[in-house]
Design a binder for this molecule. Structure first.
Ligand SMILES: Nc1ncnc2c1ncn2[C@@H]1O[C@H](COP(=O)(O)OP(=O)(O)OP(=O)(O)O)[C@@H](O)[C@H]1O
Length: 325
């Protein structure tokens, strides 16, 4: 088996707030293989963004025994704090809202040019040439004109492409994309997803894709990691996981997705998930999903944390008391 490009074990993040510590991520485990697209999915507050920011080094990860490795080398290790370097070689990030991620008072070419100069150690014409190539590669017509534009002069889709060009300036092997198409309308969203899929093909780029949209997952991802309450509760290849979800939370999440294949007039299935995600300051005892779980067993699911994820088939695993019972 190919060793993972990114390996994350026991990753945790605690925020100090005026109301006390908030455990935003509580021991997340996942791997991304070279050239693979892994989607992190889950409800709002499940820890998807915190996980991606912690891997990127924007938030200091914490947690007993936490370990983040890229190509087998630790970029962060709880036991060797010196490795907590702000720079993440081989990783780059694309944020959800390009209007805030791009500097509004700098021309696009200047922003990307600074990244090119820093990463490639080049100056002058070489920077301009690389910026133009990057923008053209993102499918932007007239890249020289786009390079001279300010962010507000571009459409949302063009800005998102410019932001992807900025990330690609660092020649990453893994792109972390946090809801990269959420702010776009559906036709532009499809084109940006097509661009990301093309970059994976042409550059062998791996991706950690944060999304709450199963349409995006089905369209572009190879594997899914489902998050709940700051932990990964189920992982698996997209087709198998969508067809046969094993964890009660994954089943409830998929049942809540609106369907377009119903005949006109047919009632929408009332599958709204009861309750709300756990409060990270006071998580429920036992399995964090048990208060909302349709099949929870009193005395088992509320008594202790679920066992370690159990293998369910090729590349599939889930952490649930009932699977182990
Ligand atoms: N700066 C912060 N201070 C305190 N708590 C935070 C902070 N950022 C995130 N959290 C908490 O961490 C938990 C995980 O948040 P995160 O943003 O990762 O969720 P998410 O799954 O990405 O949700 P969304 O889909 O809404 O972006 C939440 O309970 C959130 O309230």
């Amino acid at each position: 088996m190919t060793p993972p490009l990114l390996s994350v074990r026991g990753l945790g993040v605690t925020f100090a707030t005026p109301f006390g510590p908030v455990r935003g991520l509580d021991g997340a485990d996942f791997d991304v293989a070279p050239g693979e697209i892994l989607a992190l999915v889950g409800e709002s507050g499940s820890g998807k963004s915190v996980a991606s920011l912690a891997v990127m080094g924007v938030l200091g990860p914490g947690g007993d025994g936490a370990r983040v490795q890229v190509e087998g080398s630790a970029i962060w290790d709880a036991k060797v704090d010196l490795l907590r370097a702000p720079h993440r070689p081989g990783l780059a990030m694309v944020f959800q809202e390009p209007m805030t991620a791009l500097n509004p008072v700098l021309r696009i070419g200047r922003t990307i040019g600074e990244a090119v100069a820093r990463h490639d150690g080049v100056r002058g014409e070489a920077v301009t040439a690389r910026v133009t190539t990057l923008l053209a590669e993102m499918g932007l017509p007239d890249p020289a004109r786009v390079a001279r534009a300010y962010p507000h002069e571009l459409s949302g889709g063009m800005r998102q492409r410019a932001l992807i060009a900025l990330a690609m300036a660092c020649r990453p092997r893994l792109l972390i994309a946090d809801e990269p198409t959420t702010a776009l309308d559906s036709t532009v969203q499809a084109r940006v997803l097509g661009l990301l899929a093309g970059l994976r093909r042409s550059h062998g780029l791996a991706m950690l894709l944060v999304t709450h949209d199963f349409g995006v997952v089905a369209q572009i991802a190879d594997r899914v990691a489902v998050m709940y309450g700051g932990r990964v509760v189920e992982t698996g290849p997209v087709a198998a996981l969508l067809a046969h979800p094993a964890h009660p939370y994954t089943r409830a999440l998929l049942a809540a997705v609106p369907r377009l294949d119903l005949a006109r007039g047919e009632a929408l299935p009332a599958e709204e998930m009861p309750g709300t995600p756990p409060d990270p300051r006071h998580p429920p005892p036992g399995c964090r999903f048990h208060p909302r779980c349709a099949v929870a067993r009193p005395g088992l699911c509320d008594s202790g944390p679920p066992p370690a994820p159990q293998a369910l088939g090729p590349g599939r695993a889930a952490a649930c008391h009932l699977l182990a019972a």
